[in-house]
Each structure stands twice: as structure tokens, then as C-alpha cells.
Design a protein around this ligand. Structure first.
Ligand code: UDH
Ligand code: MN
Length: 280
């Protein structure tokens, strides 16, 4: 109670965090989770952090779809936990893990992450991020904007350019209002590809524009890797992508079904292991 009333007196954090330093190098290497825990020992259980001396303007849930990528998660946490704190974020990290015997469904895991995160805290900004993309400049603010934001618009693997104009994958940021307006992601994309293009069509169908940061500032490293087993290219998703406007209000948050198998509050993140069913 006392803590709470003290919090009320904090003034709002500045729009631009004062101690940013700009570009840095992201190295792909073996990182020990124990070391990351030592450096971030002051975080709250479940990978929750918030600024000490000011009140953050947004409450940000970061949602990571996951299966069998521990080395990438360690690198992500190593860079991103200090990054988010430097940006004075009020944040929580959600790693949403699909159980092992079904074809991967990245988009559905995003919907699960959203639905589970809002049970914890009144988050109002949701950043959906692949586990293997890490910004290389701390001026790239992990925040939501007036429009849905595509944050992976300047990846090293694409020579820091958009490979095509409507790309909307990798890392995207939505306010709660924006995300509800499009009914979240489609639940119907099994295997690799298409769910991000369908998401783009939802945003457009809902009358919103995509916002992108300055590509000089949003430079990011995409860790190179082989295709994962259980996440083969679908190749059959064109009709789903094209019919986003028609089906988005029936397929998404309001039709989401899943079973939580485990919910673990790790020091550095909340891990939700989930059965999202399988195709058909
Ligand atoms: N993911 C997992 N586990 C999986 C599959 C996907 O954690 O088994 C998550 C992870 O967060 C990943 C994201 O889903 O970052 C997207 O999947 P991806 O990394 O496979 O997608 P990307 O576009 O794949 O990077 C490119 C396919 C690899 C091509 C290899 C040949 N150059
Ligand atoms: Mn990848």
C-alpha cells in the first residue's frame, strides 16, 4: 500500500529516455543464462522490469513464440533485458512455447501470449518478436505508436532494407486497441510462412497504416539458422492471406483455443508451455 502511494507521486518518464548511447554490436555467441541472471538480478520474477524514478508511459508485454531455441533465447535476453531497462520500459517477457509433437503455429502462439499476458498486468502495448532478432541501436524504442509498428524493417540479412514493401514480420508492435481491432493474428497458419502477410492485410482492412522507424536506427541482427523441424514451409496459404478481410472477425482472438500445460515464472521471463492443437 505504502509502496503504491509512493508510485503515484512519480512523474511520467520523458518521451525519449535520457541515457541512450546509439549503435552497438550484437555478437552471436554462447551465452550462459546464469550470467544473464547475475547481470539482471534486480528484475522481478517473470522477467518484469520497470523504471525506478519515473512512471513509464506504456506497459509493454514482449511476446516471443518459441520451441527448442534455448541458445537464441539466451542471446536475446542478454542483449534485450539491459536494453529495455535503459529505455525505461515497464515490461514483462513472455516466452510462449509450443509442445513438441505438432506443426509449429507462430501466429497462434502470439495470440496465446497476448491472452495470457493480460491476466498478469494491465499491459497496453504488445510487442511480438521472433527469438532470433536483436536490435543493434538502443534508440530503436520498444514502444507502441499511433499505428501498428513494423520494427524489423532494417535487418542485416536483408542488407538493412525491406525485401518487399508490405513485409510485416519479425517484430511488430500493437497497442491493445490496435490488436483487438484486427482480432489478433489468424490461428490457421501451420508451418512456416504467410501469417505475417495475412496480419498486414488485417491491419489494412481495419483502416490502419503501418508505421516503420527510421531504418538507420532500427538496424537489427537476424541470427542465421536452418529451418526447424516441425516448421516446414506451408506453401498453401495464399487463399488465407487474400481473404484476411473476410475472415479476420471470425478467426483470431475470438476463436482462440488452447491448453496451458505449464506456466513457469523464471527470473528472466514467464514461460507458458501450451498445446495449440494441430492442423484440422
Ligand atoms: N520458432 C521457434 N522454434 C521453431 C520454429 C520457430 O522458436 O521450431 C520461433 C522463433 O521465435 C523464430 C520464429 O518462430 O524466430 C520464426 O521462425 P523462423 O526463425 O524459422 O523464421 P525465419 O523467417 O526462417 O527466420 C527462415 C527459415 C530458415 C531458412 C534457412 C535457409 N536459409
Ligand atoms: Mn529466424
Amino acid at each position: 500500500m505504502k509502496e503504491d502511494s509512493k508510485m503515484e507521486e512519480l512523474s511520467l518518464c520523458p518521451e525519449f529516455p535520457p541515457n541512450l548511447t546509439g549503435p552497438f554490436i550484437v555478437e552471436v555467441k554462447n551465452i550462459s543464462i546464469m550470467d544473464v541472471m547475475t547481470v539482471n538480478s534486480h528484475l522481478q520474477e517473470g522477467g518484469r522490469g520497470k523504471p525506478k524514478y519515473c512512471k513509464a508511459q506504456q506497459k509493454i508485454a514482449i511476446i516471443i513464440p518459441f520451441r527448442n531455441r534455448e541458445p537464441h533465447l539466451a542471446i536475446w535476453l542478454h542483449y534485450m533485458l539491459p536494453f529495455l531497462q535503459k529505455q525505461q520500459g515497464d515490461f514483462g517477457i513472455y516466452v510462449v512455447e509450443q509442445i513438441n509433437n505438432t506443426t509449429f503455429n507462430r501466429a497462434k502462439l502470439m495470440n496465446v501470449g497476448y491472452s495470457e499476458a493480460i491476466k498478469d498486468y494491465d499491459y497496453n502495448c504488445f510487442i511480438f518478436s521472433d527469438v532470433d532478432i536483436i536490435p543493434m541501436d538502443d534508440r530503436n524504442l520498444y514502444r507502441c505508436s499511433k499505428n501498428p509498428k513494423h520494427m524489423a524493417n532494417s535487418l542485416d540479412k536483408f542488407a538493412f532494407r525491406l525485401p518487399y514493401q508490405t513485409i510485416f514480420g519479425g517484430i511488430v508492435a500493437f497497442t491493445q486497441e490496435q490488436f483487438i481491432k484486427i482480432n489478433g493474428f489468424s490461428n490457421r497458419f501451420w508451418g512456416w510462412g504467410g501469417e505475417d502477410d495475412e496480419l498486414y492485410n488485417r491491419v489494412v482492412a481495419a483502416g490502419m497504416k503501418i508505421e516503420r522507424p527510421d531504418p538507420k536506427i532500427s538496424r537489427a541482427k537476424a541470427i542465421l539458422h536452418h529451418r526447424d523441424p516441425g516448421n516446414e514451409k506451408t506453401g498453401k496459404s495464399f487463399h488465407l492471406i487474400n481473404e484476411a478481410a473476410k475472415f479476420m472477425h471470425m478467426d483470431g482472438l475470438n476463436s482462440l483455443e488452447y491448453d496451458v500445460i505449464k506456466r513457469i515464472r523464471h527470473k528472466l521471463y514467464t514461460k507458458i508451455t501450451v498445446n495449440v492443437g494441430s492442423q484440422e
